[in-house]
Design a protein around this ligand. Sequence first.
Ligand code: DGJ
Length: 716
Amino acid sequence: MENGELGQIYFGKRIHIKNQYANLIKRERREAMPSWKVDQYDFQPDHLKQEYASLGKGDFREPAYQVQQENGSRITELQYVDYRLQKGKKRLSGLPSSFADESGDVETLAVYLKDALSGLTVTLRYSVFPHQNVIVRSAEFVNKGKEHLVLRRALSCQIDLPDSHYDFIHFAGTWSRERHEVKRSLQPGIQRISSLRTESSHQHNPFIMLARPQTTEDCGDVYGFNFVYSGNFLDQIEVDQYGTSRVLIGINPEEFSWNLASGATFQTPEAILSFSSQGKNKLSQQLGHFYLNHLVNPRFSNADRPILVNNWEATYFNFNEDKLLSIASKAAELGIELFVLDDGWFGHRDDDTTSLGDWFVDRTKLPDGLAHLADKIHGLGLKFGLWFEPEMISLESDLYQEHPDWMIAAPHRTLTPGRNQYVLDFTRDEVVDTIFKMMAKCIEEARLDYIKWDMNRCITEMYSSNLSPSEQLEMPHRYILGVYKLYQRLIDHYPNVLFESCASGGGRFDLGMMYYAPQAWTSDDTDAAERILIQYGTSYGYPLSMMGAHVSAVPNHQTGRVTPFETRGHVAFFGDFGYELDITKLSKEDQKQIRAQVNLYKKYRRLFQYGNFYRLESPYEGEKNVASWEVVNDDQTLAIAARYQLLNRPNPSYLRLYVRGLNPDQLYRVNGSQETFYGDELMNAGYFVDQVLDINKPITGSADFSSRLFIIKAVK
Ligand code: DGJ
């Protein structure tokens, strides 16, 4: 802008480049508004589309940042200084972040701003990933002045959209009911989702969308925003007096402040911005491609993820070596590839009250040690994975006896346990170091292929005896930086170990985690009917390869519901597939089904894990009784669609499945049908789904919790 502050012109569908856009920054003078006068210009800041706004100079919307000087003043005037354009995108140091080398067409723009009075400089970074319609933004603060500054708020991105005719779509829930879609139209005032739990949380996911009200899966304008961070976050939209919408994404300013001594730097995490004018399916697909190409650990971002069996719901804490080996040998026999030993193998942990922090084997359960068990499992031809909860400590543990001061607690206050456990102070390097050494020993001893990193409580009494009083509000962010430090160190030392993140299921299903752990346990709820809602909601912001999905026992342990084995498989196929039940106790028939499911999954694994995903029928809309979705390969020669019935109806309407993403001119067969269908027929006229499979029986083709899989193959 003419006064040297940075204005915003436009963010949306690509438009032509011009030298100036007077049309897009036009504004009128209105009464009763403070104004800046610069030469002949007269600005009323409350009307401006600002790039990175502060508070206190006439723009009364919530700001992107706030800095306090020694004298208590919180006014800043960031003036444009310079810019630099570079090829590629460098990773941030100490934070999970996007990346691209210099040989491609990704470019990074750095815009340098300075507040002359305090000496504060801010660099706004924008990396443009043209193939996925993604822009990555962050801000870096450097105190180049002499006085001590305090950062009271430092968000990663601000967008000032010129109107508010959008639906705000976000993903809410709780433990075992994560990421259910919520949609509401923007209203005047502030609407926000956030976390103050020091985890991105089960309650709200950092991924949000703003969609024009008429937008569907296949057409219409939609913005997507995500945040590469695992701690307290804020996604906020403020609709102001003129109906404009300010989007703010970043670290939650509540429970945050940062000392910026002379010479010090603070780097915000990255915000991800994307836009699609072709509906929500397209938005999800481009985000998925972006994460896999530019965010997830390249060692695993395109690798086949193993089919696993996890002993948690099979045994809980009650197992010994014989039991584990009986599950593992059955798994090997059925074609499963990875055995994951969950909670309860360490210290003397027979329930959830003890031993967290004692990462050495429990000899009463595994008398011959981890290496012995691992050798046996590897000997069966299986990979071996182990569960850890590295950030936690139990009062009844050797670690607590040795280092009671490593536990997070506030002086002279009572403790608030969660699941009978407490949290280690990950702002301390010696804590990160000790846990690293214990985990490293296990990884080497057991030659681990896989680690499930769990985190089963959010943090209370946020206080660190490691920090000075003025640093206490830095703790939530410093804690997460400590978690990232441990992840990075483990990955650097053991690059072939695949990590799965978990936080009581989906409490940290975020891009910060995905940078280190390319897949996450989507939810502790393994009930097929509930999982449809969870996986459907999750799919808006995250691709299938990030979602762990397992077949479990019935009656289901979370809901008590009984669903067919087949349906449990059909739901879990769409993700990183596995089993979570005692496979040694199954009938011959169920074992046969496992073998068939494993074979089918292996055959179509690339499609299930990395195919282009389409949501077809939403369980959140209409009668909320049906869901369907589909994956299609890149060359459109193979697709698999699934249709799930929740409750059955007598004498229901005729059913057609309208698939997506096929080649309209290509002939296909569905489930090996004699008849062939052009792609345009299947997509526009639909595929007839018969429901009356046997006229003498109730309608079984859409029985309660039944499901159908449609394998669509191009005719050669
Ligand atoms: C919560 C996880 O989500 C479960 O899968 C299991 O690992 C338990 N923790 C173990 O305590």
